[in-house]
Design a protein around this ligand. Structure first.
Ligand SMILES: NC(=O)c1ccc[n+]([C@@H]2O[C@H](COP(=O)([O-])OP(=O)(O)OC[C@H]3O[C@@H](n4cnc5c(N)ncnc54)[C@H](OP(=O)(O)O)[C@@H]3O)[C@@H](O)[C@H]2O)c1
Length: 300
């Protein structure tokens, strides 16, 4: 089993005493699927879901990403069942913005009442008195960042933070302008946007955030529901004695020091494979090649 020091080192969230290992875990894949309803209902295999969480933490993972709208409620409930009482250094990051329709849809939920209810849902289902980090996820466009003011919902979260229900606040699915607006209202410790080897829209943003010490946490680091597939990536990985998924994760760790990883899996074998990516050294010539194959014009 990996030791904590092998999880790509640690990173302290800007302006806080909170430090996490750079290799973390994303819990969304633990929820089930019901036909077209993704991230819905109980896990495919409850015992394996519990084991994935327990082995992740036993291996040194101390950063888990979740949301109460995964399932809905299911993912948080299984995190609580598998891991509570929680280790003192475990940081659970959740997000608010959404409620689920009966048809599995993702419905924006930004009113004061809805945001407050989502925070209380997370507290209850995780079984904690305060949430470590809450990301406010924009929903102006569900699949990608789109401009629009987040001042009103952020002000609600800031008030809940003042009441002690939230320790730190982050953002998700946001533009540079929204981050700048948010940072005028409340300290922002992390940004969680879609980014991976072949989805590079945030290249400049990552560098900007790195300069300010704000963590950047890519969602879909492996490509999401349809993991990355590329003969070129697989060939390069094989020459390094690694898998394509490990190389994709190791590239992210190399990309910038402020990148924290939350790869998602419902499989113990994949969890082990992903954690080992933290030990993969990428030679500089291979890195240059990966950087170029990952540019948008060469998307695969
Ligand atoms: N803020 C947001 O809007 C947002 C959106 C999406 C996700 N997230 C967060 O980001 C986390 C990561 O994203 P994600 O889980 O959707 O996508 P991901 O980490 O890019 O990829 C997950 C997919 O890759 C598969 N996989 C994982 N490890 C693998 C391996 N070693 N070999 C082959 N396949 C592998 C998983 O299937 P198996 O289960 O079979 O391993 C699953 O299908 C989520 O868990 C969630 O916490 C946030």
């Amino acid at each position: 089993m990996l030791q904590q020091t092998e999880l790509a080192g640690s990173y302290t969230l800007a302006g806080t005493a909170v430090s996490v290992n750079r290799m973390g875990y994303g819990a969304m894949q633990l929820a089930g699927r019901d036909g077209d309803k993704l991230v819905w209902g109980p896990p495919r295999d409850v015992d394996e879901a519990m084991a994935v969480l327990q082995e992740a933490v036993a291996s040194g993972v101390n950063h888990i990403d979740t949301a109460d709208f995964y399932g809905p409620h299911v993912t948080n409930q299984i995190i609580r069942k598998a891991l509570s009482p929680y280790p003192g250094d475990l940081v659970i990051v959740t997000k608010v913005s959404t409620r689920r329709g009966d048809d599995g849809s993702w419905i924006p939920a930004f009113s004061r009442e809805e945001l407050t209810a989502q925070v209380h849902d997370n507290l209850r289902n995780l079984g904690v008195d305060a949430l470590d980090v809450v990301n406010l996820r924009s929903m102006f466009s569900i699949h990608e960042p789109a401009e629009g003011s987040m001042e009103a919902p952020l002000t609600v979260l800031a008030e809940l933070q003042q009441k002690g229900l939230i320790r730190h606040i982050g953002l998700s699915n946001v533009t540079s302008a929204q981050i700048a607006e948010a940072r005028r209202i409340v300290p922002i410790v992390c940004v969680q946007n879609h980014y991976n080897l072949v989805h590079r829209a945030d290249d400049a943003l990552i560098d900007d955030l790195a300069r300010d010490g704000v963590a950047y946490v890519p969602f879909f680091p492996l490509g999401g529901f349809t993991p990355l597939q590329s003969a070129e990536l697989s060939d390069i990985a094989a020459k390094l004695g690694a898998t394509a998924m490990q190389l994709a994760l190791a590239w992210l760790l190399e990309r910038s020091r402020n990148i924290l990883l939350i790869p998602g899996t419902s499989s113990l074998a994949h969890l082990r494979e992903n954690l080992q990516a933290a030990q993969l050294q990428i030679p500089s010539e291979v890195l240059a090649n990966l950087n170029s194959i990952g540019k948008p014009e060469k998307e695969f």
